[in-house]
Design a protein around this ligand. Structure first.
Ligand code: HXC
Length: 259
């Protein structure tokens, strides 16, 4: 898995994608999206990958979409780029494994939008997160107007989107944009620890639960609850559910096999 703009590794059941364009603060271009998309396909197929971490490492997550490219792009190039953004971001949302964003330094614009598609976001102290597109005469085109609003509510979404001012990690924690803030040097340790914890759970229960949460976000409550009921009934007959309940009754740790 050799790429130009990302690093990609699989270790201990965890697939990690690290954005890797340090000279431009991991600005997101066409190539980076294509490489990320390919890595996500590999992680989706590989049964040994139980959890995915998306990160920029311990310095900077990403300063947004590549402004050099955008400033020169024709409408057709813009259309192709924004489609690729959405396709890649949708791949993260639709991956049937948990995806953790480990965010350090900056997550701006498209960088922030990438994290919004992840299941859990943790940030290093000192990180600034925001959507400054309005200051470029733009607005976020990678799902930011939609996903941010669903995550933190209309009030905070409009505050962030309309002012374009990033907020620090502690404020992000207060509004639910991230769920944990840790010292910068502990970010990757924290992300890997969480990933290992999730990797030990039943992959099938995790997958079906993720689909219930994500499906439910886009439908009315009765439809979401009906979906949950049907999928839950299916889940109850799996080996993992039998093993989990048997292990509880036998007072031992469960040995989940993902079946
Ligand atoms: C291209 C970028 C970049 C970007 C930084 N760089 N952000 N290049 N696209 N988004 C480059 C700089 O030009 C510079 O290159 C190098 O990275 C270091 O950046 P500096 O500005 O020198 O660093 P610093 O002074 O620390 O300021 C950091 C910063 C600033 C505050 C993050 O770079 C900044 O404001 N960047 C733009 C942030 C932004 O507006 N993001 C939203 C983009 S729009 P050189 O060659 O000079 O060393 C977007 C839309 C998504 O994301 C839509 C998706 C469809």
């Amino acid at each position: 898995m050799n790429y130009e703009t990302i690093l990609c590794e699989i270790e201990d059941g965890i697939g990690t994608i690290t954005l890797n364009r340090p000279k431009v603060l991991n600005a997101i271009n066409d190539e980076l999206l294509k490489e990320m998309s390919e890595a996500l396909d590999i992680f989706a197929e590989n049964q040994n990958v139980k959890v995915v971490i998306l990160t920029g490492g311990d310095k900077v997550f990403a300063a947004g979409a590549d402004i050099v490219f955008m400033s020169e792009a024709s409408s057709l190039e813009a259309e192709s780029f924004v489609r690729l953004c959405h396709e890649t971001i949708d791949k993260i949302t639709n991956l049937d494994k948990p995806v953790i964003a480990a965010i350090a330094g900056l997550a701006l614009g498209g960088g922030c939008e990438l994290t919004l598609s992840c299941d859990i976001r943790i940030a290093a102290e000192g990180t600034n997160i925001g959507l400054p597109e309005i200051n470029l005469g733009l607005y976020p085109g990678g799902g930011g107007t939609q996903r941010l609003t669903r995550l933190v509510g209309t009030g905070w979404a409009k505050q962030l989107l309309m002012t374009g001012k990033p907020i620090d990690a502690k404020s992000a924690l207060n509004i639910g944009l991230v769920t944990k803030v840790v010292p910068a040097q502990e970010l990757m340790k924290e992300a890997k620890g969480l990933a290992l914890e999730l990797a030990r759970k039943s992959t099938i229960a995790m997958r079906l639960m993720k689909s219930c949460i994500d499906y439910g976000e886009n439908v009315d409550l009765p439809s979401g609850c009906l979906f949950e009921q049907k999928v839950w009934a299916l889940l109850l007959s799996t080996d993992d559910a039998h093993e989990g309940m048997k292990a509880f009754l036998e007072k031992r740790k469960p040995d989940f096999r993902g079946r």
